[in-house]
Design a protein around this ligand. Sequence first.
Ligand code: SF4
Length: 95
Amino acid sequence: MKRISVEDKLGKTKFVVDESKSHIIIDKDYLDKEEAKRLCNVCPAGLYKLDEQGNLSFSYLGCLECGTCRALSLGKIVTEWNYPDNGYGVSFRMG
Ligand code: SF4
């Protein structure tokens, strides 16, 4: 049986993006940079990024809806977390 890499699996994943709003809202000015580093490390899609000046950025495009950032940081950096509205979001095609 042929093994498929995570990258190849993600490449087959389909996203329908709601461009009118993000389903995850974050506080980019949250002062705890260690918390920001943890988010960067745990998001499997790599959607949280810290630049060299320590500024946190986030894009909801490509979110896998795993809920890891919600479990880690809701009420801290993650101020709001919802699933995308019906008809939007991720569709997994490779399990
Ligand atoms: S729900 Fe998962 S994939 Fe989406 S931003 Fe949070 S950690 Fe990343």
